[in-house]
Design a protein around this ligand. Structure first.
Ligand code: FAD
Length: 366
């Protein structure tokens, strides 16, 4: 039986840990905070392969979406998943042109993408203000959805535990490296925990584990701001993407909003009082489309960094010249998690390398 340490109990770590435990391996998950405390707990969590290029990256995200669907058959239910597709229209001409180009590209890749008229949009979203989309073409992506990442993390963590996996609440301070082999981890409490393979699933903190150049690779994190409203009967039913703001339901009547334009103004150190005007402006923009959102307050404003490897796509695989060490670090991790869980566990269990991951190996950085 191979002994694995999975560092990080986010959506990627718990997916991989569960599949390793399912395959009969001994798994210790090491997490410094509560499970889901990292980026997975501060994600827009839209399952999609919508703006993903090049084609290979689009493909693995499609495989992620498919793997999300398959979980329903496997477990009988997937309470973390919310379907209904996503709708998008852009009133700014440059953005509208990009959307038109994207829809054609996605259709060419056989990705479900269609144009709908304002009446269809009102059927999908009855609470939308009349004429909200103006004369902008409206795109509909029926296979997309969104996830409650924490509900997902809890489910797979409990499943992994039921198969013997253990969660240890420790901060990993470094890897134990003997020659060219990683043989375990060191923790802040002074312990050394040995394993045959250490799987780094710490997302944006991935380079904190391997202080040496041969154990790390470039990351290019960007800051994200998510605003969550107080519960409000706004009628928002699915992922809505428009000029200036994207939003979706976030459970119990809350709406989660995100805006690339607004988030670029902040840093992780920004204080709530600095962010609040931008949060209120985002809600006001959405309320022009959904009048019942008007006057809704921001209950939470979450700043987090996207876990993005240096060239923008995933980094999944062993590090060259190092045995016993594997990294799985990616943006779009909510979409990719169930597929990565399966294929990474299969590779780590001695299976053939997954061909769809060929372009995404950390070795490209060395
Ligand atoms: C604003 C925003 C919007 C996003 N929107 C989407 C989206 O719409 N769709 C999508 O698919 N993806 C989206 N993402 C990306 C997605 O959320 C991430 O790719 C995913 O959550 C990464 O999961 P993870 O498990 O790799 O990392 P994390 O969830 O960050 O988990 C890593 C864990 O490692 C732990 N850890 C770190 N260092 C140590 C250490 N030294 N010792 C012990 N434990 C440690 C952390 O506490 C954390 O719990 C978004 C991200 C952001 C920030």
């Amino acid at each position: 039986m191979t002994q694995f340490i999975v560092v990080g109990a986010g959506i990627i770590g718990t997916s991989i840990a569960y599949r390793l435990a399912e395959a009969g391996h001994a798994v210790t998950i090491v997490e410094r905070h509560h499970p889901g405390a990292g980026t997975s707990g501060a994600s827009f969590a839209w399952t999609n392969s919508n703006e993903k290029t090049p084609y290979g990256y689009h493909l693995i995200n499609v495989l992620g979406m498919r793997a999300h669907r398959a979980l329903e058959n496997e477990f009988g239910a997937r309470p973390w998943y919310h379907g209904g597709g996503a709708v998008e229209w852009k009133t700014n001409p440059a953005e509208a042109a990009e959307l038109a180009e994207r829809v054609e590209r996605l259709k060419g890749w056989n990705y479900p993408a269609e144009w709908i008229d304002p009446r269809d949009l009102r059927t999908l979203e009855p609470a939308l203000a009349a004429g909200a989309s103006g004369d902008a073409p409206i795109a509909y992506f029926p296979d997309e959805g969104w996830v409650d990442p924490t509900v997902y993390v809890e489910f797979f963590l409990q499943k992994a535990r039921a198969l013997g996996a253990v969660l240890r609440r420790e901060t990993v301070t470094g890897l134990v490296l003997r020659g060219t082999s990683v043989t375990g981890i060191r923790t802040a409490s002074g312990k050394t925990i040995e394993a045959d393979v250490v799987v780094n699933c710490t997302g944006r903190w991935a380079n904190d584990l391997g202080q040496e150049a041969r154990l790390s690779f470039p990351l290019a994190p960007t800051l994200g701001l998510l605003v969550v409203t107080v519960p409000a009967a706004s009628g928002v039913r699915r992922v809505i993407r428009t000029t200036g703001v994207n939003f979706r339901p976030d459970g119990a009547g809350r709406v989660m909003l995100q805006s690339e334009h607004d988030e670029s103004k902040f840093t992780l150190e920004s204080r709530p009082e600095e962010i609040r005007p931008a949060a209120e402006a985002m809600i006001a923009r959405a309320a022009r489309l959904y009048p019942d959102l008007a006057g809704t307050a921001a209950e939470a404003m979450r700043l987090s960094l996207r876990a993005i490897p240096g060239d923008g796509v995933s980094a999944v695989g062993p590090l060259p010249g190092i045995d016993g060490y594997y990294a799985a670090v990616t943006h779009s991790g909510v979409t990719l998690a169930p597929w990565l869980g399966q294929v990474v566990a299969a590779e780590l269990g001695g299976g053939a390398p997954e061909t769809a991951l060929e372009d995404f190996r950390p070795a490209r950085f060395f």
